[in-house]
Design a protein around this ligand. Structure first.
Ligand code: NAI
Length: 216
């Protein structure tokens, strides 16, 4: 594979390609043309060709794409061929929901530990994962070589905990707290805000309704 910089826009579309290709594999589909994939994914065939050409040589004229090969290569690009030990900070509703979702493990995200400050939660076990006190955070991260952490704590607490995580060696933060984190350049943050997604949905619903009302 060519080693060149891939745009963020392309990277952001890869998980969707990965999901569709995984579904095709489950259906026993061995190869697919960009046109067929385009119909399934509701993306233009030229977008698909452009995106996938970034990685060179996946498709062949007249043959289409080898589904298994493409799935595996995209998986490698996304780092899904490696295991990522992960910890969750904040073992409330959201933290527990994430811990209870077993499918992350299939993708290589192994939840190693959960942390909280609430004494009533500390010591509980969620799907085999013990909730620990945050005092153990640094030692746990170092002993278990953890580089990835999910932050599911209130936004007022998130910056302080993020700093501790980074100092302890965390390199990737999956941030659910509603605050932008300031981290060094060698640390990556992926913000997940369900409410923002819901606001976009609301916008689209309202635009559609306004358009319909305008037509009357
Ligand atoms: P929750 O109150 O059930 O859980 C929060 C947990 O964090 C509690 O168990 C609390 O003891 C713990 N905590 C507080 N300070 C801590 C600290 N310094 N270190 C470790 N643990 C600490 O709340 P829920 O519903 O689980 O939400 C968690 C956070 O995620 C909230 O800030 C909420 O606003 C946010 N959230 C974000 C969503 C998103 O899409 N980004 C969706 C839902 C919630």
């Amino acid at each position: 594979m060519e080693n060149r910089t891939i745009s963020k826009a392309v990277i952001s579309r890869l998980p969707r390609y990965y999901r569709y290709l995984g579904e095709l594999l489950e259906l026993g589909v061995e190869r697919i043309s960009s046109n067929e994939l385009s119909i399934r994914m509701k993306v233009t065939a030229s977008q698909i060709r452009q995106d996938l050409n970034n990685f060179g040589g996946f498709g062949q004229q007249g043959y289409g794409y080898n589904v298994k090969y493409l799935y595996t290569e995209i998986g490698k690009i996304l780092g899904l061929d490696r295991q990522h030990p992960l910890i969750i900070i904040g073992a409330g509703n959201l933290g527990q929901a994430i811990a209870n979702y077993a499918n992350f493990e299939k993708r290589g995200f192994i939840i190693k530990g959960m942390f909280d400050i609430n004494p009533r939660l500390i010591g509980l076990v969620i799907r085999g994962i013990e909730i620990r006190g945050v005092d153990d955070l640094e030692q746990f991260i170092q002993e278990n070589h953890v580089q990835m952490a999910a932050l599911t704590i209130p936004k007022t607490k998130a910056p302080e905990i993020a700093e501790r995580l980074v100092n302890a060696g965390i390199k990737a933060i999956w941030n659910f707290a509603h605050v932008d984190l300031n981290v060094p350049e060698d640390v990556v943050v992926e913000n997940v805000h369900l409410s923002e997604s819901l606001m976009k949905l609301s916008y689209r619903l309202c635009s559609m309704q306004d358009e319909e009302n305008g037509k009357e």
